[in-house]
Ligand binder design. Structure first.
Ligand SMILES: NC(=O)c1ccc[n+]([C@@H]2O[C@H](COP(=O)([O-])OP(=O)(O)OC[C@H]3O[C@@H](n4cnc5c(N)ncnc54)[C@H](OP(=O)(O)O)[C@@H]3O)[C@@H](O)[C@H]2O)c1
Length: 326
């Protein structure tokens, strides 16, 4: 089967499509015939050699890709709840590499994908959606609360905005001006420009800050912390950038909490709940561009611009035909 691998760390050019052995499903695993893989910031971070958290785990050669969607081709003898041919989406073990024609994964790392989306749309959902979903839990987002989503037009942000709306919150989306209309279409009640020099002055009485920006900025964090109400929650996706003492002090003074999102291991129950919301039409996935597997390097260049609207996806196979010799 074909898979994208790297034999050295570096720029997008280090990604190569190679012929590798098709994995076998172990007794507790499913073999997924992949149709689409999400393209996520972790993919270019791994490709570049990792950050302080990832570095110790990265041993070359490596496959790339965190999440995706496909059809179950084989089922391990101990797996229950799935059958061959089921359309699934999920997040296999970290570094399994979803930029591949087949993936073997523990059955609890996948769930039945929403029945009203394409494989390309489903493949874009799992990792971002779970970050946004867990963020809602950590932030205890509920009806009537004022929730600020920072980086609201991106992969995680565009889903967090919709999840918060689905929970009945009043949602303020922060993005570049060019994305204001997009955020309104997703349901934002208010939109603000994080580039505005008066950013701090635009923020008021926030119950929950959900920071989904791909750019770490201590000043922006400080301004958002300043806008939180007493007992508010500041939730961040930026695991490599712990909250500074100064931010913790500012939050502590108003009995507000700082929370860093981590993804849980048993992802299937959350992915099933998310599929339901999508099937009910309460949440939609926005794909700004689909790249064929051969153009993974271009997909990375685009994502590294840090201004993708919604998601970009790597198409491993066409829905209506075969991409390679099965
Ligand atoms: N994707 C995942 O599954 C995942 C998992 C764990 C952690 N993370 C981390 O979460 C972060 C976001 O991931 P993502 O997948 O949502 O990234 P993404 O889709 O690449 O984010 C793009 C968005 O970031 C916004 N943005 C760019 N610069 C910004 C700034 N200075 N301040 C605020 N927003 C800014 C852009 O908004 P405008 O174009 O409107 O300026 C754009 O809409 C990354 O740091 C990533 O490492 C991601």
């Amino acid at each position: 089967m074909k898979a994208i691998r790297i034999h050295e760390f570096g720029g997008p050019e280090v990604m190569k499509i190679e012929e590798v052995e098709r994995p076998l499903a172990q007794p507790d695993e499913i073999l997924v015939k992949m149709y689409a893989s999400g393209v996520n910031p972790a993919d270019y971070v791994v490709r570049q050699g990792g950050n302080e958290i990832l570095k110790p785990f990265l041993k070359l050669p490596l496959g790339l890709g965190l999440d995706g969607a496909g059809e179950i081709a084989e089922i391990g003898s101990e797996v229950i709840g799935f059958k061959k041919g089921d359309k699934v989406y999920g997040i296999p073990n970290f570094l399994s590499g979803t930029y591949a024609e087949f993936i073997a994964a523990k059955a609890n790392q996948f769930a039945i994908m929403p029945n009203n989306v394409s494989f390309n749309e489903a493949g874009a959902i799992p990792s971002c959606a779970l970050m946004a979903w867990n963020g809602m839990d950590l932030g205890q987002v509920g009806a009537g609360q004022r929730v600020l989503i920072h980086g609201a037009a991106g992969g995680i942000g565009s889903l967090a905005l919709q999840f918060a709306k689905a929970k009945g919150a009043y949602v303020i989306g922060a993005a570049s001006k060019s994305n204001f209309e997009f955020l309104r279409q997703l349901g934002a009640d208010e939109v603000i420009d994080y580039n505005d020099e008066n950013f701090a002055g635009l923020l008021h009485h926030i119950d929950v800050v959900f920071d989904a920006s791909p750019v770490f900025n201590e000043d922006a964090r400080m301004m958002m912390a300043g806008a939180l109400k007493e007992h508010g929650r500041f939730v961040s996706v930026q695991l490599p950038y712990p909250f500074s003492e100064a931010i913790l002090e500012k939050l502590g003074n108003k009995h507000a909490e700082a929370k860093m999102i981590r993804r849980q291991l048993d992802v299937a129950p959350s992915l099933t709940d998310i599929a339901k919301l999508i099937e009910e039409g309460k949440v939609r996935i926005v794909i700004s561009k689909v790249y064929p597997m051969e153009k993974a390097a271009e997909a990375h260049v685009e994502l590294e611009s840090k201004h993708v609207r919604g998601k970009i996806v790597l198409e491993i196979r066409k829905e209506d035909g075969k991409y390679e010799a099965d």
